[in-house]
Ligand binder design. Structure first.
Ligand SMILES: Cc1ncc(COP(=O)(O)O)c(C=O)c1O
Length: 389
């Protein structure tokens, strides 16, 4: 019998791994399924992305290996976007690196900086790759419970001193998946200051920085003094530009940190398809305009869904950012059990809090990935499940 690695055994089950098969079974049975599980909106990608890809793909040079340098125009477009959007200047070649979606960069960065015996602070609930990347790097995740007590902020001062001594890395993600929390500037300042003082790196995961509402503008961590010394920031085209399947993002930060991650990546990938990078460059050139259109539609969906949930007996906060609504369940109702009943009895796919870590029990997440009529229908069906438990 094959004995698998201890690292494999230490990986928790991946929350969304089983969902596609369950969905397929239900659709085959004729169920009218509403999927508000994965953060994967049904909007078409930007027209400019499709046009640029169609054109780029005609060029045989685009079919060659991208290698880690990738398409210079994509690097330059990402650097220009950071300059316009946050007023930050980064060297497009030494301080910025294309990724096959931000997920792989987050996981591979851990391999570049963590050793066995090191600790990485992982928000709970949080995107599963923080935990998984840490485990795959042979290091130890320390789960910090994000709760309403701290407005879902990860407060480094609360980590026990003996853990801090062994901590090499902390994952921060604001606007936050799944809680939709946003980080005030003074929070970011005290966190950067703490990390500088304790020689801790920050992986600042920022894929939702453009999906914000009601005048809120999400910052880059690099707007905070000192952050350039300790942070790497991850950006993604997946959510802001509805390009989840294109697999494109980038990391930005101090050159040594970027070079370390690139060294790991040399051994596991050979870069994102150049034609996709050409499309990414075109999209980033037009970013503000494109984002405005998507955000208006996400806002409309949010403003339909939160009251619809309330009418069905769910008391969720109105998110100021992200495409998620983080919904509390009544005391004692397990999120896994609720999710199963929602799928099997109501044909609605949501993600249970438990999929984001043990600290998220008692919540479920709705993603604003379908139109307002379907969202209202989903809320009504979920209300029936709630009434029946
Ligand atoms: C917090 C967070 N980070 C990173 C990602 C990964 O995005 P991608 O790999 O598509 O760029 C996701 C996707 O759901 C996410 O929610």
């Amino acid at each position: 019998m094959t004995e698998f690695s201890k690292r494999l055994a230490a990986l928790p089950g991946y929350p969304m791994a089983e969902l596609p098969a369950i969905k397929r079974r239900l659709i085959q049975q004729g169920v009218d399924l509403i999927d508000v599980g994965a953060g994967d909106a049904d909007f078409p990608p930007p027209r400019v992305a499709v046009a640029a890809l169609t054109q780029a793909i005609q060029d045989p040079a685009m079919s060659r290996y991208p290698f880690q340098i990738g398409l210079p125009a994509f690097r330059e477009a990402a650097a220009a976007y950071l300059k316009r959007r946050f007023g930050l200047t980064f060297d497009a070649f030494a301080e910025l690196h294309p990724l096959l979606g931000s997920k792989e960069g987050i996981a591979h960065f851990a391999a570049a900086v963590l050793d066995p015996g090191d600790v990485a602070i992982v928000p709970d609930p949080g995107y599963a790759v923080y935990h998984g990347g840490t485990v795959l790097a042979g290091a130890e995740p320390y789960l910090y419970a994000l709760t309403a007590r701290t407005q879902f902020l990860l407060e480094m001062e609360e980590i026990p001193k003996d853990v801090v001594r062994r901590t090499k890395l902390v994952y921060l993600n604001y606007p936050n998946n799944p809680t939709a929390a946003v980080a005030p500037r003074d929070y970011l300042e005290r966190t950067v200051e703490f990390c500088e003082r304790h020689d801790i790196l920050i992986a600042y995961d920022n894929p939702y920085c453009e999906i914000t509402f009601d005048g809120y503008v999400a910052p880059s961590i690099f707007e905070i003094p000192g952050a350039r010394e300790v942070a790497v920031e991850f950006h993604s085209l997946s959510k802001s530009f509805c390009m989840t399947g294109w697999r494109l993002g980038w990391a930005v930060g101090k050159r040594e940190l970027i070079a370390a991650m690139a060294k790991v990546k040399n051994y596991v990938d050979t870069g994102a398809f150049l034609a996709v990078q050409a499309a990414g460059a075109a999209v980033l050139g037009d970013a503000e305009e494109i984002i405005r259109g998507y955000v208006a539609q996400f806002r409309e969906r949010r403003d339909a869904m939160v009251p619809a949930l309330a009418a069905s007996g769910f008391d969720a906060e109105v998110p100021r950012a992200t495409l998620y609504v983080w919904v509390p369940l009544p005391e004692g109702l397990g999120s896994g059990a609720f999710q199963r009943r929602a799928i099997e009895e109501a044909g609605v796919v949501v993600l249970p809090g438990s999929a984001f870590g043990p600290g998220a029990e008692g919540f479920f997440r709705v993603a604003l990935t379908v139109g307002t009529a379907r969202l209202r229908e989903a809320a009504e069906r979920l209300g029936k499940v709630l009434a029946a438990v």
